[in-house]
Design a protein around this ligand. Structure first.
Ligand code: ADP
Ligand code: MG
Length: 216
């Protein structure tokens, strides 16, 4: 039997499992992410994310609290990924870290607060708004769905499943958007009809979170 199922919290082990699951999804879909980025960018999003998550998983500290661990994850992404996505995901994880605290069990409220802090970090670093055809279009609805579910008392498993579904919808919505941030914005109207690579990797991020908290 595993840990006691408190249903309203996540263990540090589950949060680390999230990173493994995200790394696997990125690795499995590396070619696809690059293909999406070749249509409206410079064909490196798959390689960028795979390099970054490999570095993260290779450099995971063995002993540290949740906040220190995720701060390190963010710093590793910033330093190992050259593209726009490195500093953005890096900022996400660095800001995500603080509300977790240094323990190894994190309440659902703290997970939601950490996700909100991560999103705010991406917004302040990248200055993208909703509808600009970026990762923000998947991340914002996902975080909002998780906050709503947690505050209405749903389990973290249910909340993160709702978050993953909202991220997928947000990702789909980027297809019809005209890019106003990042490299795709150089294409203007011609960016329409293509799914945003960063919104696609963000949907994997929330899919991985739901998978790692399944049963939580
Ligand atoms: P680069 O654009 O430098 O080649 P990547 O290809 O790894 O970096 O990442 C591209 C993704 O980054 C885009 O699909 C978009 O989702 C995201 N992105 C780019 N600029 C911004 C921004 N200012 N704010 C939020 N997300 C952004
Ligand atoms: Mg690129």
């Amino acid at each position: 039997m595993g840990r006691v199922n408190t249903s309203q919290s996540a263990s540090l082990a589950q949060l680390v499992e999230w990173l493994h699951q995200f790394g696997s999804l990125v690795q499995q879909n590396k070619g696809y992410l690059t293909e999406l980025d070749s249509a409206i960018g410079d064909a490196d999003h798959g390689a960028n994310m795979a390099r970054g998550m490999n570095a993260v998983l290779n450099e995971l500290p063995e002993t540290s609290g949740a906040d220190a661990l995720f701060k390190k994850v963010g710093m590793t992404l910033v330093s190992s990924v050259g593209g726009a996505s490195g500093p953005l995901y890096g900022t996400f994880f660095m800001r995500f870290a603080t509300p977790l605290g240094s323990g190894d069990e994190v309440s659902a409220e703290s997970v939601a607060a950490a996700l909100r802090a991560g999103l705010e970090g991406v917004l302040s670093r990248g200055k993208a708004e909703l509808g600009d055809k970026t990762m923000v279009d998947a991340m914002t609805p996902a975080v909002e769905a998780i906050e709503a579910a947690v505050s209405s008392g749903e389990s973290l498993a249910e909340a993160t499943r709702a978050g993953a579904a909202a991220a997928r919808e947000g990702r789909e919505a980027t297809i019809e958007m005209v890019a106003r941030k990042g490299r795709a914005s150089y294409l203007g109207e011609r960016s329409k009809g293509h799914q945003d690579p960063g919104a696609t990797s963000t949907a994997y991020l929330f899919e991985a979170l739901a998978a790692s908290l399944d049963g939580a």
